[in-house]
Ligand binder design. Structure first.
Ligand code: PMP
Length: 394
């Protein structure tokens, strides 16, 4: 039987990580993998997670199953965090999922159950797992242009032109903030214009929000999602706690749907619980439980927000330092976009050959599509990268 299997394509990011580990050169710089790292190169356990974990170890009385939807405190807390008072709670359904990836998977399965003819529109480029999961679930994909390779900003005109092709019931996958892999994001007026188009076409947004708090702040990063929730009758929101709570391996995420009526919401809730049951039964609890504890405890929450601000401001400082260093190195302002981009990633706009030069000559690892992880830098490596970028002729 097993000889009938076909070899699956290698995950390019994981392959690059392997290559980095095997590189014997001292001073090598990893800007590939998408995890936050501090100036010491460590992905820390956040203070509030540690404190909530210690508290939970005392308070946990059983390891018996929770409910199929997951811990209610987590679901409520996340709904508040993302939608605040714009949440139409009587028209919403939500379930805890296996990280943000699980939320996207469940979202696509739910869409397939409700409307197998729906096309799901993805930005070009997008996180490579989006098209991969879409294919796996068996929905039809469509693509909209997103990034202008010249200005390294969003090509909003091209995006809106392509989305004119939306049919009623189609789904548009949008990165709620901190677009991965480009780092380029819509302005608020553009989001509002997009909301108008979605509404007029009868299309449904699926928001993937994996970096809330990594861009301009917790509320600022959620503002487009909240605006859409206020304007559109139906939407899906897939959120990850991996980055903003630093609980990557605990696999905490949530899928929320906003429905046209409370009767629809009850149906969606019933289907979401069943999808959890069919895929993995009960969702993982530990990470979600700690997130729920933090969000409902004012002291833990304040400390979490303070640390998240440190993380966010650290990345913004690195962005400005790199843009400044590149201005000096190249004598031009063409890397100013690095200070405009938000989140962990920026797409440099380099050719595959230039990426290879960075790796082979300078031991700097960036993904082939020229996405680099800003959080992989520190004050010492910024000038090294700037000089290498200039010498590679990017
Ligand atoms: N969406 C995007 C855009 C991401 O970058 C990621 C993580 N790389 C996820 C979703 C999923 O995150 P996780 O499954 O690790 O929670």
């Amino acid at each position: 039987m097993f000889d009938q299997l076909t070899q699956q394509p290698k995950d390019k990011i994981l392959a690059l990580m392997q290559q980095f580990r095997e590189d014997p050169r001292p001073g090598k710089i990893d800007l590939g993998v998408g995890v936050y790292r501090n100036a010491e190169g460590v992905t820390p356990v956040m203070r509030a997670i540690r404190a909530a974990g210690a508290q939970w170890q005392q308070d946990e009385t059983t390891k018996a199953y929770t409910s199929l939807a997951g811990d209610a405190q987590f679901l409520d807390g996340m709904c508040d965090l993302i939608l605040a008072d714009t949440a139409p709670r009587d028209r919403m359904a939500s379930v805890a999922t296996v990280g943000g990836t699980g939320a996207i998977h469940q979202a696509l399965e739910l869409i397939k159950s409700a409307n197998p003819a729906a096309r799901v529109w993805l930005s070009n480029p997008t996180w490579p797992n989006h098209p991969a999961i879409l294919r796996h679930v068996g929905l039809q994909a469509a693509e909209y242009r997103y990034f202008d390779n010249e200005s390294r900003a969003v090509d909003f005109g091209a995006m809106m032109t392509d989305l004119q092709g939306l049919a009623a019931g189609d789904v548009v996958l949008l990165h709620g903030c901190c677009h991965n892999p480009t780092g380029a994001n819509l302005t608020m007026p553009e989001w509002t214009e997009l909301a108008g188009l979605l509404l007029s076409k009868g299309a449904i947004p699926l928001i993937d929000i994996a970096y809330q708090g990594f861009g301009d702040g917790l509320d600022e990063d959620a503002a487009p999602t909240r605006m859409l929730a206020g304007k559109l009758p139906e939407m899906l929101i897939a959120a990850s706690c991996s980055k903003n709570f630093g609980v990557y391996r605990d696999r905490a995420g949530i899928l929320m749907t906003i429905c046209a009526s409370s009767a629809d919401a009850a149906l969606a809730q019933n289907n979401l619980a069943t999808l959890n049951r069919l895929n993995y039964s009960f969702p993982p609890d530990h990470g979600a439980r700690l997130v729920g504890l933090i969000l409902s405890d004012p002291t833990l929450r304040a400390d979490w927000q303070a640390e998240l601000e440190e993380v966010r401001n650290g990345m913004l400082t690195l962005r400005t330092q790199l843009a400044d260093a590149l201005q000096i190195e190249t004598g031009s302002n063409r890397f100013g976009f690095l200070a405009q981009h938000r989140g962990m990633f920026s797409r440099l706009g380099a050719t595959p050959e230039q990426i290879e030069t960075l790796r082979d000559t300078h031991a700097i690892y960036i993904i082939g599509d020229s996405r680099m992880n800003i959080a992989g830098l520190n004050a010492e490596t910024v000038p090294l990268l700037a000089s290498a970028i200039a010498r590679a002729g990017i």
